[in-house]
Design a protein around this ligand. Structure first.
Ligand SMILES: [Zn+2]
Length: 407
C-alpha cells in the first residue's frame, strides 16, 4: 500500500497550497478574496501561499477585476505555460501523442502506426522515440515537461504502472510506466483509456455541469467510467467500469473474457459481426455480404438504405438500452455521456437504446437520467491522458512517493 505522509504542519501547508492552486487553476482568474470564499481558508494564509506560488511562477497577477467602484482587486491566474505535459493514447494499431500546456491545450500532436503483432517492448520503444520526436519538432527540452500520461485499453493498475490485461492489444502484465520513466526521468501516469477520456469530460465537457455521471464508450468494446463527486471511481484493482462484461443474456454468446452473455457481445463491433452471421440468411442481397463489419461500414450501408444494416443497428440499440438500464439502476447517474467510434452511427441505434433505457427503476419516480453525446471529439483521448498527468502533479501530496509540483 502507498505510504501516507505523517499529518504534521508541513503536510497541512502542502495540502492548503494544493487547494489554492487547484482553485486558481480550475476556476480562475480569481482575487485573493474570491479564493478565500471558495476555499474557506483565511486571507492571511492565502496571501502567504499566493506569494509562494507567484515566486515559483505557477501563478501570476493579471488585470484588475471589474468592480463597481473603490479599489479594484488584482486577479490571480494559473500559469499554464509554466511547463508542458505529454499525452499518449495507445490504439489498436497506432499511437497518438500530444504535447500540451498545463491546461491540456494541444500544442502539437503526432500519429504513428504500428503493426498489431508488434510486442509490448517494441510499442514502448516507439512511444519513447515518438515523444523524443514530438519534443524536438517543437524545440522543447524534456526538462520543460513535468509529466507524461498514457491511456491504454483494458485493466490498468495505475499505482503500479502496469497494464494487467488488454484483450485489444493482447497484453498481459506489461510494465508500461517504468521503461518510459527510466528514459525521461519524469513521472509517467497510466490509466484505462475510457478513464482518460472521462478526465477530459470532467474538466472540459459535460462534467462542467454534472458532478455525478458515467461515460459509456461504444466501439470495438464497451467501456465505462464512473464519476462520483467529480472524481473517478477506479475500484480496488483499478477495474471498475467493466460494463462490457456485465451479463445481459444468461448462457448467451461466449465472450473473450471467459463469461457468457456479456453486453460487449451484443452492442459493440463484435456484436455487428456475430449478429450478421444469422441475419445474412434473411438478407442474402445485403451490400454488407463479404465486407468487414465495423461501425463505419455498417453505417455507410445503412445510409445507402441497406435493410440488414438498419436491423443490425436496431438490435444493437435494443441491447445497449438494456445495458444502460443496468447502469442507471446501479449508479443512479445524473447523466450518461456516450463516447467512442460507434457514435458515428448514433442516429440508427440511439433512439432505440434511449427508449429502452427509459424503462428503468427510477423512471416512474420521474428521476430521469439524461443520455448525452460527448461533444469533445477524438482529441479528448490524448487530452485526457495529458490531464491524467497534470492533475496528479497538483494532487495534495498526501503520499510519501507522490510526484508533485507543490512540495
Ligand atoms: Zn465478457
Amino acid at each position: 500500500m502507498t505510504k501516507l505522509r505523517i499529518g504534521n504542519k508541513a503536510l497541512i501547508k502542502d495540502m492548503n497550497r494544493s487547494v489554492v492552486i487547484n482553485t486558481i487553476r480550475k476556476v480562475g482568474p480569481l482575487s485573493r478574496t474570491d479564493i478565500s470564499t471558495q476555499t474557506g481558508l483565511g486571507l492571511s494564509t492565502i496571501t502567504k501561499i499566493v506569494e509562494e506560488l507567484k515566486n515559483s511562477r505557477l501563478v501570476f497577477e493579471t488585470g484588475a477585476a471589474n468592480s463597481t467602484g473603490g479599489r479594484r482587486p488584482i486577479l490571480l491566474e494559473f500559469n499554464k505555460q509554466y511547463a508542458y505535459a505529454v499525452g499518449v493514447k495507445i490504439m489498436k494499431d497506432h499511437l497518438v501523442l500530444a504535447l500540451t500546456d498545463l491546461d491540456a491545450t494541444i500544442i502539437h500532436s503526432l500519429e504513428v502506426p504500428f503493426h498489431p503483432t508488434d510486442s509490448p517492448t517494441e510499442i514502448i520503444q516507439l512511444i519513447i522515440h515518438t515523444i523524443e520526436q514530438l519534443l524536438s519538432k517543437q524545440q522543447v527540452k524534456i526538462d520543460q515537461v513535468e509529466g507524461i500520461g498514457v491511456a491504454v485499453s483494458g485493466l490498468v493498475d495505475s499505482k503500479k504502472g502496469l497494464v494487467v490485461r488488454s484483450p485489444l492489444l493482447g497484453w498481459e502484465d506489461v510494465a508500461l510506466s517504468k521503461p518510459i520513466q527510466d528514459v525521461f526521468q519524469k513521472p509517467v501516469f497510466i490509466d484505462n483509456d475510457v478513464n482518460a477520456y472521462t478526465y477530459a469530460e470532467v474538466e472540459k465537457g459535460h462534467g462542467l455541469h454534472q458532478n455525478n455521471f458515467i461515460c459509456v464508450s461504444i466501439g470495438d468494446g464497451i467501456g465505462m467510467s464512473i464519476v462520483i463527486d467529480r472524481k473517478l471511481y477506479s475500484g480496488e484493482f483499478g477495474g471498475a467500469g467493466e460494463f462490457g462484461h456485465t451479463i445481459i443474456q444468461v448462457d448467451g454468446r461466449s465472450c473473450h473474457c471467459g463469461q457468457e452473455g456479456c453486453l460487449e457481445m451484443y452492442a459493440s463491433t463484435i456484436a455487428l459481426e456475430q449478429e450478421s452471421t444469422v441475419l445474412f440468411r434473411s438478407y442474402p442481397n445485403s451490400i454488407l455480404l463479404n465486407k468487414k463489419l465495423t461501425f463505419d461500414s455498417v453505417y455507410d450501408a445503412a445510409l445507402a438504405g441497406d435493410e440488414m444494416a438498419i436491423v443490425l443497428f436496431d438490435k444493437l440499440g435494443y441491447y445497449l438500452g438494456i445495458g444502460l438500464i443496468n447502469a442507471i439502476n446501479s449508479f443512479n447517474p445524473g447523466t450518461i455521456v456516450l463516447i467512442g467510434e460507434g457514435m458515428i452511427a448514433q442516429e440508427y441505434f440511439l433512439p432505440t437504446a434511449i427508449t429502452k433505457a427509459k424503462k428503468n427503476f427510477f423512471y416512474h419516480d420521474r428521476y430521469e437520467t439524461k443520455v448525452l453525446i460527448s461533444r469533445l471529439g477524438n482529441d479528448a483521448w490524448v487530452k485526457g491522458a495529458a490531464i491524467l498527468a497534470i492533475n496528479q502533479l497538483f494532487q495534495p501530496p498526501i503520499y510519501e512517493s507522490t510526484p508533485s509540483l507543490l512540495s
